[in-house]
Design a protein around this ligand. Structure first.
Ligand code: HAM
Length: 443
């Protein structure tokens, strides 16, 4: 019987693994360019960590079970609660702003489909300890840089920007308290996946008979695309005094955020879209998602502010904002745009040996070259020269190092440039000094 991997899980053969690593390399490089520090956390966590904190949708998708010690545990569906736990545990001893990133696998029991699997990687990037819009702008700028660095541009992706604080003001003007507003936001989150009639029925629980008109007003807000219209709308909401002041402050936050995003060169990617509210329960302020311009696929990335999660998990009161980018949708988009370079595994050197004795001699050189970091292929058994040269040519190696008995006697090794076919000889004891130059200049 032949086993297959579970639905929604992937095998990574070397070629796909190289494609995956291509994405990881860019993720890591950009995160480091923004001076984020890498951290890691367990993939298995107490189930409790996700209940309430992540929200119903994710809890319904958990891979959870009881371990042999009777603990209820879950494979992590996302990194954010673990991260908030880590940061909270060190509390105020960490130097702020805390800017951390991780690349790791997450598990959600979703129906596998295009762009959605049950095991997927995410880059998570988060900032703790900074409540102003500069932190949100830093992350939005980083998200843009990540997609640009992979070769994508404004014809491929855009970032939708929204704000749960604005929604709370808008819904307060409708007479809703925080708890009813949270229910409405959960409905707005599913708006484009739900029939209009069903949405009206759901809203009726909060708005009764006026649900239809209410939905119309929500749709008007969601259709706003420019900041002037949005700020006019917010500043003219019928709010009581305290909230009116809040609205003014929030509009100023927006101005500051948009100015920073503009200065960071990410302005052209931003689209104001209050239809984005994010399904996870912990978001508190600005929220954003990156989308493929013409795509039906799931979002490329998503995130936002979550100022109360660290405290909820027992840590200090600490503002937080972050996002995660998934590897599945990004890889799909890169493939459609032919932006994943074919990864050619090219050894620097391949040893070709006359027989067992010569193979032994070669091994000492090969070991030294490898210890200096050169990529070297070494034959694991004796084979005829003809077969070895054929394999060497197919391997894509840059140079063949040829160890015949006659060369070994003279203390030399024959070097063949496998691109040009040119050959030369080098003194064996000089091989380590000569190797870098050889690779740089050829024979
Ligand atoms: P999320 O929107 O659930 O946010 O996931 C972020 C990204 O992970 C998505 O945009 C998508 O690319 C990818 N993703 C999510 N689920 C799947 C899946 N089943 N298959 C393939 N890819 C998937 C979060 O996870 C938040 N914790 C992000 C965050 C970090 N917020 C603050 N900091």
């Amino acid at each position: 019987m032949q086993f297959e991997s579970l639905p929604g899980f992937r095998d990574f053969y070397p070629e796909t693994c190289a494609q995956r690593n291509h994405i990881f390399d860019h993720w890591r490089k950009v995160a480091q360019a923004f001076n984020f520090l890498e951290y890691d956390a367990p993939v298995l966590e107490p189930l409790e960590l996700y209940i309430e904190k992540s929200g119903k949708e994710i809890v319904g998708q958990l891979f959870n079970f009881e371990d042999r010690g009777g603990r209820t545990v879950a494979l992590r569906p996302e990194m954010t609660p673990s991260l908030a736990r880590l940061v909270g545990a060190k509390g105020n001893s960490l130097k702020r702003p805390i800017k951390w990133f991780n690349i790791g696998e997450n598990y959600r029991y979703e129906r596998p489909q295009k762009g959605r699997l049950r095991a997927f990687y995410q880059l998570n990037a988060d900032i703790f300890g900074e409540s102003g819009p500069a932190a949100d702008a830093e992350l939005i700028s980083m998200l843009t840089q990540l997609l640009l660095s992979l070769g994508l541009d404004s014809s491929d992706f855009m970032l939708r920007l929204s704000d749960r604080d604005l929604w709370l003001l808008i819904l307060a003007a409708e007479g809703l308290d925080e708890s009813s507003s949270a229910s409405v936001l959960a409905i707005i989150d599913k708006l484009d996946r739900t029939e209009r009639k069903k949405t009206v029925d759901k809203l009726a629980c909060v708005m009764g008979d006026s649900a239809e008109n209410f939905l119309g007003r929500i749709e008007d807000v969601i259709n706003i695309r420019d900041f002037d219209t949005l700020s006019n709308y917010i500043l003219n909401l019928p709010l009581e005094e305290g909230l009116e002041e809040k609205a003014k402050v929030r509009v100023d936050d927006w101005k500051q955020l948009l100015r920073l995003i503009e200065s960071a060169g990410a302005g052209e990617f931003i689209q104001i879209d209050l239809g984005i509210v994010r399904g996870l329960a912990y978001y508190t302020g600005f929220v954003f998602e990156a989308f493929e311009v013409n795509g039906e696929d799931r979002a490329l990335a998503g995130g936002g502010r979550y100022d109360s999660l660290v405290k909820k998990l027992g840590g200090p009161d600490m503002p937080a904002v972050g996002f995660a980018m998934g590897d599945v949708t990004v890889a799909n988009l890169l493939k459609t745009k032919s932006l994943i370079p074919k990864q050619i595994n090219r050894p620097d050197f391949i040893a070709i040996t006359g027989g067992t004795a010569e193979r032994n001699v070669a091994l000492s050189d090969v070991t030294q070259l490898r210890s200096l970091g050169f990529q070297v292929e070494y034959p694991l058994k004796d084979q005829g020269f003809g077969k070895q040269f054929k394999d060497a040519n197919q391997s894509g190696a840059r140079f063949a190092l040829i160890y015949g008995s006659e060369e070994i006697e003279r203390g030399v090794v024959k070097v063949r440039d496998l691109q040009s076919g040119q050959e030369g000889e080098i003194i064996r004891k000089n091989i380590l000094q000569l190797a870098p130059e050889l690779l740089l200049k050829g024979i």
